[in-house]
Ligand binder design. Structure first.
Ligand code: FEO
Length: 396
């Protein structure tokens, strides 16, 4: 627990979860996470922006107590997911005059998820404002950062944006403001890849919407506060743009070394052509690292042996994940080894329906690769080079 001050009358009162290692029972959290909540004291009213995960509700309550908060008028719910909304019931219990301020969609979700009584809500529309006296909150609806009901709150006088998940990072630190930009950039990219990338097109629209306001600080509900917001705004513009990089991502699995050899040969062949290669052995891969690599890559090559007439289940997982995350890759193909046959290519291709990729020639090799097979892999590397050149990724 700790209270930290962003500006006069604006405090960070949320919780750190230093040792949480998995989110949604899916996403690795190598650096823990935080559930940031912010208290804003206006001359007339007090607002709490978001709450915390139920597991950390006592941290929030104790922080409010040590700030001697006697009354909360408004609890702003930017997002209904429980890591931010989960302590609203406890806040309403402790501060019975508090009203939950949110949009219509979020209200319905909060009633469904947390059984908050209908009469405890104040509904706001896009761009609506709420006065706290000498401070004014403006609400901007930004659907799909992360769920359909998400919105952000802008504190006009202090030019602070409270975007909840948007621009967040699963990164626990005792420092309030971003200091190590390289580190935070990587954490934020991991977060974008895992949480936001499926909604890339929607995010582009939401970024445009934020161009209308002047932002001095971005105070998300995960990670640190950006007092130089261009770091994360520029990063989001880059990640969400249609531009891809001269990179090939190879998630792969091998059972007896044949697919391993095929992957290693392709890595060398691509490297000789100055293409950046990012291989991920799926038996030891942190899926967050794979997701990060998918943010920029022009090409995805899935490597798998044929097992029981289909792809190895680890390759199925990688294909499913890539399809769900909807990276902006332009090309994809499949490589691997087989013993007697199967339908692996059709099955993997059938799983990639969300991706707007051109399928390149797959290379399936019987057993361990031989000279003719290496030529096929060189041909695939040439094809990838030509495709990347066609996107002008290689410079002059
Ligand atoms: Fe951090 Fe979508 O919740």
């Amino acid at each position: 627990m700790a209270i930290q001050k962003l500006k006069s009358g604006v405090f960070s009162v949320g919780a750190k979860h230093w040792d949480r290692r998995l989110f949604d029972e899916l996403i690795p959290l190598p650096e823990g996470t935080t559930y940031n909540a912010y208290l804003i004291r206006g001359s007339e009213k007090t607002a709490l922006i978001d709450t915390v995960d139920p597991e950390k509700k006592n941290d929030l309550l104790e922080n409010l107590e040590s700030l001697k908060v006697k009354n909360i008028d408004y609890v702003i719910a930017n997002h209904a997911e429980q890591d931010h909304s989960g302590a609203i019931p406890e806040i309403l219990e402790k501060y019975p005059k508090a009203i939950v301020v949110t949009n219509e969609k979020c209200k319905k979700m909060l009633i469904d998820l947390l059984q908050i009584p209908e009469d405890k809500f104040l509904i706001v529309k896009d761009q609506e404002t709420l006065s706290l006296g000498d401070k004014t909150l403006q609400f901007i609806l930004t659907p799909w950062v992360h769920w359909p009901e998400t919105m952000v709150t802008y504190l006009r006088e202090d030019r602070i944006l409270f975007p909840c998940d948007f621009f967040g990072a699963h990164f626990a630190s005792s420092e309030l403001f971003v200091k190590n930009e390289v580190k935070v950039y990587e954490s934020a990219k991991r977060y974008y890849a895992e949480i936001m990338m499926p909604f890339r097109k929607k995010i582009i629209g939401n970024l445009e919407k934020l161009e209308d306001i002047e932002i001095d600080m971005i105070a998300p509900s995960h990670g640190q506060v950006y007092d130089k917001p261009e770091l994360i705004l520029d990063a989001y513009k880059d990640w969400t743009s249609d531009n891809v990089k001269n990179e090939v991502v190879i998630p792969y699995v091998s059972m007896h070394g044949s697919t391993q050899k095929i992957v290693e040969y392709l890595i060398d062949s691509l490297t000789e052509k100055n293409i950046v290669v990012k291989p991920f052995n799926l038996t030891v891969t942190d899926i967050g690292e794979l997701a990060i690599a998918l943010v920029d890559a022009a090409t995805i090559v899935i490597g798998s042996p044929i097992v029981l007439t289909g792809p190895h289940p680890s390759a199925v997982y990688a294909a499913y994940l890539a399809n769900a995350l909807r990276p902006k890759a332009r090309f994809a193909t499949i490589i691997g080894s087989y013993g007697w046959g199967g339908k692996m290519v059709d099955q993997i291709v059938g799983m990639l329906g969300n991706l707007k990729v051109e399928l390149l020639s797959p290379v399936l090799i019987k057993g361990y690769p031989k000279d003719a097979d290496y030529q096929s892999l060189d041909k695939l590397a040439d094809e990838i080079l030509l495709k990347h050149e066609s996107l002008k990724l290689l410079g002059d």
